[in-house]
Ligand binder design. Structure first.
Ligand code: FRU
Length: 477
């Protein structure tokens, strides 16, 4: 058996052994993507190709910590039902032996091609990084093509997560990086053939206008055009919390600007967080055949008490967000649940006009829609949404899974508060505010038996609740 075959056998054994335990966990999601064993992090290679949506992911199948990552693979025709496919990339070569780290996918010449980071630690434990290519004719089996981009000068080996796209007849790549003077930045590369890459320079960095020291490392960049502008999405590390902003361990956000391909210069707005919840990181986007820009994020944050999550004792940790559609309004990114998500609904549980306090019940895979302004919403006596009308700030509180204390995340709503759409899964909550103006993504570890939903309002609101499907992820045939 080759080393690679041996690794694949170990994964199959790990899933056989762990998945029966994992799927019994009342916190395992009913319609979100989660690992059948071990740890899942970043979405990778997100693409619609030959009629199928492919979402690869960073995967450590053997335990719930990080390590030499594989590319796990989920595939879907309709963005609702997903199937786990064989691992796409295994850390089996000299150039990726300590991890097939994050990257992206493109369609080229009838092939699905992926660029990813080969993470290597040498005998002295020093990091080396290689940007590598792998190709597939069927979208399932990948052939590695080796290293295409060695580390250019001016960066430390924290240089990873290539995102590739085509513009006119050339290919472009952004890479998350740290400059030798320890500033977070994004490298910009160009190629005519996907084989030979030219380093065009730094697209933006922690000291670029209008930033004020935006961290020591930027991970997972993504650059795309939307509504006539270019958006750079990235995940900077090293930002200090500032009031209600930057409250997680690391951030994910975006700038809006204009990219001049000929001079490789990008002038842009200030950094805005994409999501206001407790767990959200490393989002990636793709363009589908309906022209929609679709985003998926990791519902987790590196180094943010990961090993304390209650699912660790059942041998799995983390999940993905739902895919969301992006729209740009002015310089603000809106995120909307996909139209397809309505197919998750199995029955309407409640539909009522409400003008005072209300208490009802809710299943563990549910959607709630509220039109109108509410004061508070309590979910499972665990999470609470509160609107501060005077300050125009919306707060989300939950009980910490580390020590049970109350913790808060917040966002500003300069134009008031008029709409909520909530997606509840066994241990997650995605809150879309004002039809995508803000989103809060969080894990929730409420008491399993608790089914309480309470809403208080002084206005007349419309409340609708649906039970959602609980079985859309197929791990085994
Ligand atoms: C982000 C990240 C990436 C890296 C990957 C490793 O969460 O640290 O920068 O490629 O995870 O799993």
């Amino acid at each position: 058996m080759s080393y690679e075959e041996n690794l694949r056998q170990q994964i199959s054994d790990a899933v056989d052994h762990q998945f029966p335990v994992v799927k019994q966990d009342p916190y395992y999601p009913g319609y979100h993507l989660a690992p059948p064993a071990g740890l899942l992090n970043d979405p990778n290679g997100w693409i619609q190709w030959n009629g199928n949506y492919h979402l690869f992911f960073q995967w450590m199948p053997f335990h719930t910590g990080h390590g030499a990552k594989f590319w796990g693979h989920f595939r879907s025709e309709n963005l609702i039902d997903w199937k786990l496919e064989p691992v796409a990339l295994a850390p089996s070569d000299w150039f990726d032996k300590n991890g097939c780290y994050s990257g992206s996918a493109i369609a080229d010449e009838d092939k699905l091609k992926v660029f990813y980071t080969g993470n290597v630690k040498n005998e002295r434990g020093e990091r080396q990084t290689y940007q590598c290519l792998a190709e597939s004719a069927d979208g399932i089996q990948f052939e590695k093509k080796g290293v295409k981009v060695p580390l250019p000068e001016g960066y430390t080996p924290h240089f990873r997560d290539p995102k590739v796209w085509k513009y006119k007849d050339h290919w472009y790549m952004v890479i998350g990086a740290q400059s030798t003077d320890k500033k977070g930045c994004v490298a910009f590369l160009e190629s005519s053939d996907l084989e030979n890459w030219t380093h065009r320079g730094v697209l933006s960095d922690a000291e670029a206008t209008p930033f004020n020291n935006l961290g020591y490392m930027w991970e997972c960049p993504d650059l795309f055009s939307l509504g006539g502008s270019e958006i750079l999405l990235f995940s900077p590390q090293g930002l200090a919390a500032n009031g209600i902003d930057f409250n997680n361990q690391y951030q994910s956000g975006y700038v809006v600007g204009s990219l001049d391909y000929s001079s490789a210069s990008f002038s842009h707005s200030d950094f805005e967080e994409v999501d206001r919840g407790f767990e959200f990181y490393a989002p990636q986007t793709t363009l589908d055949d309906q022209g929609r820009r679709l985003l998926v994020g990791w519902m987790g944050v590196p180094d943010q008490n990961e090993s304390e999550q209650p699912t660790v004792s059942n041998g799995w940790v983390h999940q993905m967000t739902l895919p969301r559609q992006l729209e740009l309004k002015g310089e603000k990114l809106y995120q909307l649940p996909l139209e397809e998500m309505k197919k998750l609904r199995i029955q309407e549980r409640y539909s009522q006009t409400v003008d005072s306090d209300l208490s009802t019940s809710l299943g563990r895979t549910a959607e709630i829609e509220i039109s109108g302004e509410i004061e508070e919403l309590h979910l499972f006596d665990y999470a609470k949404i509160m609107y501060d009308r005077d300050a125009n700030i919306l707060h989300l509180e939950r009980l910490s899974y580390v020590d049970g204390t109350i913790e808060t995340r917040s966002c500003r709503l300069p134009n008031g508060f008029n709409h909520l759409r909530l997606f509840v899964d066994h241990s997650s909550l995605e809150i879309f505010v004002n039809k995508g103006e803000e989103v809060f993504t969080s894990r929730i570890f409420a008491e399993v038996e608790n089914d309480s939903l309470k809403v208080s309002t002084k206005n007349t609101i419309q409340l609708q609740v649906w039970d959602l499907k609980n079985d859309t992820i197929h791990i085994r045939d």
